[in-house]
Design a protein around this ligand. Sequence first.
Ligand code: FAD
Length: 279
Amino acid sequence: MAVQDYFLPKSLDQALDLLVEHGPSLLVMAGGTIAMPLINDGVSMPEKVMGLRHAGLNTIRRDNGTLVIGATATLTQLGQQDYIPMLQEAVRHIGGWQIRNMGTVGGNLFAPPPAGDLAVALLALDATVTLASKKRGLRTILLQEFFTGFMTTALAPDELVTEVRVPLPRGKTGYVKYARKHANTPAIVTVATHIVTEGNKVVDARLALNAVGPHPIRAQRAEKLLVGLPLNAENISLAAKEAAAECDPSTDAIATDWYRRRMTEVFVRRVLEHLVEQE
Ligand SMILES: Cc1cc2nc3c(=O)[nH]c(=O)nc-3n(C[C@H](O)[C@H](O)[C@H](O)COP(=O)(O)OP(=O)(O)OC[C@H]3O[C@@H](n4cnc5c(N)ncnc54)[C@H](O)[C@@H]3O)c2cc1C
């Protein structure tokens, strides 16, 4: 069965109306870089598709201490802001420029691992996600609560992601995507961190990992281990080991679970060491 209807709503309101009218049989598409290959391969055979590109959700603005990113802002657009350099760094590591020109920030939240290279940076920055439905209006949840399992999220069938809000970082940030090639390649592990120190002690730590779990995850035991301690070689090494112990990698064509876990330790250590070198 080929696509019978293609809808291109001109506002969020129209998009939500269409969702109510057509229900789950309506495939939502933003940049289409995940959805279209599945249609081309016949893996997904939707009768109805709704494109979000004209729904007015693509602005990026600064609102006091928060960067507000519309769900359909492209990765290229995000790479052009300079309020949060870690997000620019994350974008640079996603696909090639064609993918970044089409792929969206909202779409990256639905990308199955090892994709999700932007989502992991957003997780380390304590981003929130705003969801809209016709019946219940808007609700905002932590990105951490948005991810519920492998290819499952807290999004209800009648909801759309409208924006991602990112508090401007108070501390130092670090990001590394380790892969088999330097560019346009899936991750073996991606590490994103945000560390706040006072004096010589860590007062707040975020350590997020991608490609080593069912979705981008926080290494919360490693984070807790760092808080209250100096960011020195000994504590970094303990946190890196803990992060490797608490991740949950799988084996695929890119790497084994053993190798992913091992590289998690190596790259968490390197990212944290790099933060110390910046001091
Ligand atoms: C060659 C290639 C290389 C890639 N490389 C990388 C990479 O290195 N790193 C990486 O992280 N990803 C990579 N990707 C995956 C993908 O391109 C990105 O994750 C991109 O951000 C997805 O966004 P999109 O708008 O194209 O998603 P779409 O395909 O438009 O959307 C995917 C699904 O997400 C849901 N969705 C999207 N937006 C919304 C919304 N606003 N509300 C509700 N649901 C929504 C829908 O269910 C939709 O079907 C690659 C893809 C390709 C084809």
